[in-house]
Write a protein that binds this ligand. Structure first.
Ligand SMILES: O=P(O)(O)OC[C@H]1O[C@H](O)[C@H](O)[C@@H](O)[C@@H]1O
Length: 265
């Protein structure tokens, strides 16, 4: 594949930067009172009347010409075709030779997303419903710890994307969190991270989530093993199955976790 920096669109953008871009000044750009009108976009959800998301890109150091050249570069690089391929379930993850279906997870319109001719939406909706049922059961106190006490602490064990995603969602939805239900994240394989977290927890009121796409990640498996050993110091072998929820590749799963508590991601 030819390098993007050799393309005419890139060269035109570079020439524009050398001639004018370097000296563009935000104060001068913002003096144009109609700039915001041209440099913003809004999103209105299908069921809503008013926009709920505003993207204001007027504060970027770009002129109309820069923007036009950037868009030409994006079009010439087939960004739109790549975007469409991602949304329709094509194999865009070329290293793992698979589609990336995070877009399907957010597809509330439910339009079919097909992989090898098979619509993935029923599976996505089933897992979302399963997750809703689990979180409702924990929040309402229907699911208790192994001695019957309500859950007070949830520990997410995962690293990389399997840590950052849950952390981000928890931060973003903090407002809706249930008071008294604490969430912890253990990602570091350095034993101190798990040890310091466990120090504050009660086995009778703690539940663990093991998040992993592959279930081969050594840090995650090591930390899950440590947590399991800690749990079994007091609980019995059967109850551990119910206190660990695995998220990730269904096929591999996690030792000591029944399939009912595995969530296919
Ligand atoms: O979700 P997992 O398969 O356990 O992988 C967790 C993480 O492992 C490594 O750190 C990779 O570099 C990350 O990209 C990945 O998110």
């Amino acid at each position: 594949m030819p390098s993007v920096t050799q393309s005419p669109a890139w060269k035109a953008l570079q020439a524009h930067y050398d001639a004018q871009g370097k000296t563009l000044n935000l104060r001068t750009l913002l003096a144009d009172k109609s700039r915001f009108e041209r440099y913003h976009a809004t999103f209105t959800a299908p069921a809503e009347q008013h926009p709920s998301i505003l993207l204001d890109y007027s504060k970027n150091i770009v002129s109309d010409e820069t923007l036009a050249l950037l868009l030409t570069l994006a079009r010439d690089s087939h960004v739109e075709a790549h975007r469409d391929a991602m949304f329709n379930g094509s194999t865009v993850n070329i290293t793992e030779r698979r589609s990336v279906l995070h877009t399907a997870l957010r597809n509330r319109s439910n339009t079919p997303v097909k992989v090898d001719g098979e619509d993935q939406m029923p599976l996505v909706n089933a897992v979302l419903a399963q997750m809703r049922a689990t979180s409702d059961a924990i929040r309402s106190g229907k699911w208790t710890g192994y001695t019957g006490k309500a859950i007070t602490d949830v520990v997410n064990i995962g690293i990389g994307g399997s840590d950052l995603g849950p952390v981000m969602v928890t931060e973003a939805l903090k407002h809706y969190a249930k008071p008294g239900l604490n969430v912890h994240f253990v990602s570091n394989v350095d034993g101190t991270h798990m040890a310091e977290t466990l120090k504050t927890l009660d086995r009778e009121t703690t539940i663990f989530i093991v998040a992993s796409k592959t279930f081969t990640t050594i840090e995650t498996l090591t930390n899950a093993g440590t947590a399991k050993a800690w749990f079994l110091e007091q609980a019995n072998d059967v109850s551990v199955l119910l206190r660990f929820i695995g998220g990730g590749g269904l096929k591999r799963g996690i030792k000591g976790c029944v399939s009912k508590f595995l969530y296919r991601i």
